[in-house]
Design a protein around this ligand. Structure first.
Ligand code: ARG
Length: 661
């Protein structure tokens, strides 16, 4: 059955036949869906195979020479040899206004879209939808929402650094990936809530408070909270460790009593007591901690702004109420899921779950001997709390794969507590390590830590933090930005044309880091490589920025009005290069909907590099300046569509596209 909007579409572009309606088919916003629908109908008439089998069997192609869509003949599940079936079917091909007559290739039938109608569909769509081109707002609304309930609500929790500890590459990865995933769902019409779940609670804040008394000062706290707190924390941690060493020595010398006394009165015990006061709501203890937290958030926000990231909520481990955690723990005890052990409350998954799953999850502590709750318990209570606060439809946690076990455990506990439905709405998006920046031994590079120049390390490599030596950590983003600035200065003529070189270098630096981070599959580790990621060649951030700036420059130089471009005669786009570019551009909305399935930024980046490679080879063939005016308009319409796609894709990834560089 055809739908009113399809008829409208067909009328608008006279070449379109009436289309059939399929689930998740949105021809008004996704040109490829027009072809899926059309080809499905033809193949159904030829083969008699059900539409619902044909439609999903029309696959993407990796490269343009394989066609625009492709059918693997066996996917239609018809008895017979693919060779013979293909021949039989194609003999019956009726001809189509949209698709070239297919030529079988082994067990595949590739479909090539006819350029004329494709141009007349895609280019006007891109030029009129502009920043919405590829956004699946409409898909989100039609596909996922029932009108009575309104938009579906998605929670994305990401970044989640620990106050007073370094914001390391793992947090940066969570930030980049989480930002991307929230953009993606927003563009698909979801009501997205972003949460930063800070590590802002625990004994270390007792340690930090003691450290602040000993080493801290107000002026530094206010000026540069993250560094200052980090310094204080490193110094006091060294003291704690020294005390422990000393106690060990005493013990080794047989002086057990002295060792015990040292530990009982030592910093570690004091810190424990201090934190205990915080959990009991002691205002004085809390006031200092609150200031550490507020200052740190203020500073984080500046960095997030550079990454185009906004959080709707700064939550954190501190926000989980002790009562809620007691309730949860008691409930688990009552249900016989958790048991007391030496005063601590334990959950033994091996006992509670059969087979492999139980073994995999092992045992976990929910409450320590002294009554304090743990990371795991907090996550359990916070999850249940979010359900009450937000009544969400889906929740994504962007957390390093190092914490896979932890996440599995807390999802499982929630499930076992009788909340199967809630646990089922939660999803862990994990990611691998960034290598070359941090090792267990303490070679670390941090994000955005500011140091006065005189304190900055000489070597532009890693910094070493050990108990006995502290070399200031460097700012990853600033370092890369500096590097880009140096590179820009090498081309003096160009450098002079850039309006704000420092800002431009900063954006290029951030793009370098982000693209490197998103280039591979999330789960893969990658090695931080300053030289490679900042190069203008290869699949890098600067390369994408350059491609965008170049398209902007072409637009500026052509100086055509929007009306000129909109009225272009697109039948003038006949060169193979123009047709290839058009074909890649037409894939964009389909790439976005595919990304909603993979949730991998690399799905978008792989596409973007494919598009920019086609672009860069096309410039020589599709000149603007010096061309006849009608040709110029048509080419500009094509380049403009490509620019819109590139821009929208970069924004979706969280990058700031540069108009000049
Ligand atoms: N603050 C934690 C860390 O740095 C990450 C928190 C992840 N989120 C969570 N709900 N556990 O390791």
């Amino acid at each position: 059955a055809s739908d009113a909007s399809f008829d409208g579409l067909a009328k608008k572009f006279e070449h379109l036949p009436l289309l059939d309606r399929y689930p998740s088919c949105f021809p008004d916003i996704n040109p490829v869906d027009i072809y899926r629908s059309h080809i499905t109908s033809i193949l159904h008439d030829i083969t008699g195979v059900d539409h619902s089998i044909i439609y999903p069997a029309l696959q993407w192609t990796a490269t343009l020479d394989k066609g625009d869509l492709m059918l693997a003949i066996p996917a239609l599940r018809v008895k017979g040899k693919p060779d013979a079936l293909g021949k039989e079917w194609l003999d019956k091909w009726p001809g189509s206004p949209l698709v070239e007559k297919p030529v079988q290739s082994g067990p595949f039938i590739p479909f090539f879209f006819k350029p004329g109608p494709l141009a007349n569909t895609v280019i006007p769509m891109a030029l009129s939808h502009r920043s919405d081109f590829g956004s699946n707002q409409a898909v989100g609304l039609k596909d996922q929402n029932d009108a009575s309930k309104g938009r579906k609500r998605m929670i994305v929790e990401f970044s989640s650094p620990n106050i007073a500890k370094p914001f390391h590459a793992g947090h940066l990865r969570s930030t980049i990936i989480g930002g991307f995933i929230s953009n993606l769902y927003k563009s698909a019409g979801w009501d997205v809530v972003t949460i930063n779940y800070l590590g802002d609670w625990g004994k270390q804040y007792g340690v930090l408070a003691l450290g602040f008394e000993k080493y801290g000062n107000e002026a530094d706290l206010e000026r540069d909270p993250i560094n200052h707190l980090f310094h204080v924390y490193v110094k006091i941690s060294r003291d704690v460790a020294d005390q422990k060493d000393e106690a060990d020595k005493l013990k080794a010398a047989g002086k057990e009593d002295e060792a015990k006394k040292l530990m009982d009165e030592g910093l570690d015990e004091q810190a424990r007591k201090y934190f205990k006061k915080m959990t009991e709501g002691d205002e004085q203890a809390l006031a200092l901690w609150r200031r550490f937290r507020d200052f740190s958030i203020k500073r984080y926000k500046e960095t997030y702004a550079r990454l185009n990231i906004h959080f709707d909520e700064y939550s954190g481990e501190s926000k989980v109420s002790e009562d809620d955690m007691q309730d949860a723990a008691n409930k688990m005890k009552e249900m016989g899921l958790a048991e007391e052990h030496d005063g601590a409350l334990l959950i033994d998954f091996v006992k509670n779950l059969s087979g492999k799953e139980g073994k995999q999850l092992g045992k976990a502590i929910l409450r320590k001997k002294d009554g304090t709750a743990l990371y795991l318990t907090r996550d359990i209570s916070e999850l249940l709390n979010r359900e009450k606060r937000y009544n969400f439809d889906h929740m994504i946690y962007v957390i390093a794969s190092e914490q896979d076990l932890h996440v599995k455990q807390f999802f499982k506990v929630v499930d076992m507590m009788g909340h199967k439905d809630i646990a089922a709405k939660c999803q862990h998006i994990n990611f691998g390590l960034v290598l070359g920046m941090s090792t267990r031994k303490g070679t670390v590079k941090f994000l955005d830590v500011r140091y006065p120049t005189r304190m900055r390390p000489q070597k532009r490599q890693c910094v070493v933090i050990s108990r006995h030596r502290l070399i200031p950590p460097q700012d990853i983003l600033r370092d890369v930005g500096d590097h880009m600035h140096e590179t820009m200065k090498k081309n003096d003529d160009k450098y002079k044309q850039v309006g704000n070189p420092v800002k431009t270098a900063d954006i290029l630096g951030i793009s370098s880091v982000m693209v490197q981070d998103m280039l591979g599959k999330r789960i893969n580790n990658y090695t931080f490589d300053l030289q490679r990621m900042t190069s203008f060649e290869g699949d890098t951030g600067p390369y994408l920025q350059y491609a965008h700036a170049r398209l902007c420059s072409i637009t500026r130089k052509a100086g055509l009005s929007e009306a000129d471009i909109a009225s272009a005669d697109l039948s003038l786009l006949t060169e193979p290069m123009a047709i290839n570019l058009l074909r890649v551009v037409s894939q964009w909305p389909d790439v976005v909907s595919n990304t909603l399935r993979t949730l991998e930024p690399t799905t978008i980046l792989t596409y973007l590099f494919k598009m920019t490679h086609v672009l860069s080879t096309s410039y020589g063939h599709l000149r603007i300046v010096g061309s006849e005016v009608e040709v110029m308009k048509a080419r500009m319409a094509l380049y403009d569509s490509a620019r819109i796609v590139l821009r929208n894709a970069m924004v979706l990834l969280g990058l700031s596209p540069l108009d000049r560089m």
